[in-house]
Ligand binder design. Sequence first.
Ligand SMILES: Nc1ncnc2c1ncn2[C@@H]1O[C@H](COP(=O)(O)OP(=O)(O)OP(=O)(O)O)[C@@H](O)[C@H]1O
Length: 679
Amino acid sequence: MSSATAKAMALTAKEDKNRSTSPLKCCQSSTSLTSTSNDGEAAICEAMTKLVVSTNGADLLETCNNNYRFHTNNLEEQMKKHVFPKRPPADLVFDNISYTTCMWSMTRFRIESKEILHGISGKFKSGELSAIMGPSGAGKTTLLNVLAGYITRGSSGSVLVNETKRDQSLRFRKLTAYIPQDEELRLELTAMEAMTVATNLKLGYTVSQQYKIDQATEILEMLGLERCHNTLTSRLSGGQRKRLAIALELINNPPIIFLDEPTTGLDSLSCSQCVSLLKRLAQEGRTIICTIHQPSALVFEMFDKLYALSNGNCIYQGPIEGLVPHLSSVGLDCPPYHNPADFLMEVAIGEHNADLEKLSNISNVYTLQSLQMETKEREVLANEYPIIDDPTVAVAADPIPASVLMQFFLLYKRNLLCARRNYLYLFNRLAAHIFIGFLFGYLYRGVGKGANTALANYVYLYGSLLLIVYTGKMSVTLSFPLEMKILNREHFNRWFRLFPYILSMVLVEIPFQIFCTWTYLAISYWLTEQPVDSLRIHIFVLFCTLSTLCAQSWGYFIGATTPIKIAVFVGPVLACLFSVFGFCIRYLDTPVIFRWMFHISYYRAGFHGVVYSMYGYNRTDLECPEELLYCHYKHPTKLLREMGITDVNIYSNISLIVVISLVMHSLTYISLWLKLNKR
Ligand SMILES: Nc1ncnc2c1ncn2[C@@H]1O[C@H](COP(=O)(O)OP(=O)(O)OP(=O)(O)O)[C@@H](O)[C@H]1O
């Protein structure tokens, strides 16, 4: 064990002993409450019972108390069963943190900057459950994001982890887990499946499968989700989903956990359960920091430390039990039977004639003094208790995650499972291809063989290619916008690298799109009576398949780079635009300044390949009905000549489509990488 670790542990132990009085003095008038949270709870319940008894609500409240105690005790018992390997404690100190955003002002037509956090400092210690509180818009989420490293652009100041400056390196990211407010989870997986994938990804294959199963089972049990193993995430309640989101991040046992509003949307019981779970995790030596909105007095008391914000300034930081006396010392007395958390909110928005500037200045002085005191205390401790490495204290090493190849297999399996559970979507896609195959086949029936229907066949070929280009592109355009929140969380919490993620996604989608395309082609090709010639069929299918996959690569790129509202129309607009060149307009008729589009249009390359496969390669004369005296396109080369498709180089067309597909996939990767890494 390193000396810094041992010092930090010694300091934490000392601080634990000093944990003090209940924050709810104001609720109790002059009655003083004892120090621990359980005693505090008992006292609150007692006080509330007295209050409600006087209004004839005793029975109701007693039942409520018993329910609450039953559930929280149950949860605590479950948690006590599971003990994580000990990780070194990690204290977080931040100094002079400012955050400024730049936005385009629609009214002033210029970029305007806005400072959201104004040089705030503080400390969050291991073993403590800390709350960042403040009114809406005070900057809670922003502070949490800056501390977690979730946003870095626009922020200044320093964040130290165990006295070492935190950067974006993996070394520091390994210490933290971040759970955003909208705990986006994969709804198609059951709780246990989600845990299994996360366990395999995070713990890799250096530990036994049995260990991972035990770990996943125990964490679920610890979080009160043992009955939800086989429940689909989509069917979990809000509170259960929050707990599952926490469970997923507990697998690699990070010493610092950031949670953005973990109690939002929960009823009071789930809220208490969630906070008591966090408390217990903190008591095991972790640093738990969460933003929270107006907690009940009961929940508020469970926190160890409070960091209160108002308009991006800190107005109080310190133990929860110190809040009321502190406010009282500046003339802000919390009324009897008033929730101190509510009182703090009122103060933070300037009610009770609160002087926020004064509070902020006092807090700054306090922060400075407490940091100085701690440095001294640390020095004294180091002299009093010389640091000796204790071999009996096992400090768990960082788990070794799955290799990139294994990440790919695990993600591929997960995507396949999700796709299988989403069978209605897949069925609809396939059904649409079958339906349109029959519709087009019926509308253009028999056009493939006749000389008099060559133009109709030309339109059928164009329409078919346009259809599979559209379906290929649009089926994936929304995949990233809808996935982005989950991807952000999982990637930020180091579940996997980006490359295996994208590869697994693309390789699940490609076979299905090919299957849909071939189904459509088989039906419509047969009904339109195209030539039954193996070479032609192979080239025709090859160009159609390459075109739909190239469109898919465009779809991924558009989805990864544009907001959802723009993505849904950019895809079709681009498909239409590129389809014009080669079908509606010939190369020679195209204005010179637009001819480059001819060369880069994968649609043009695909379409020319498809038409050539039908009418090129020395196809014999087309059938001309006896009743007609003249068939203009009896010789297939005539159609090719008139459409400007005579000198088609199949290989260069194939190369163009393949190169464009690879370029678009690479651009998708780069843009996603930038989004995920340059925050
Ligand atoms: N990227 C951004 N661009 C512009 N303004 C921003 C941006 N991010 C945050 N803000 C502004 O900063 C302020 C603080 O936002 P933040 O989300 O941190 O508040 P909060 O205290 O978490 O609020 P809530 O409790 O309502 O979630 C808000 O006024 C918000 O509009």
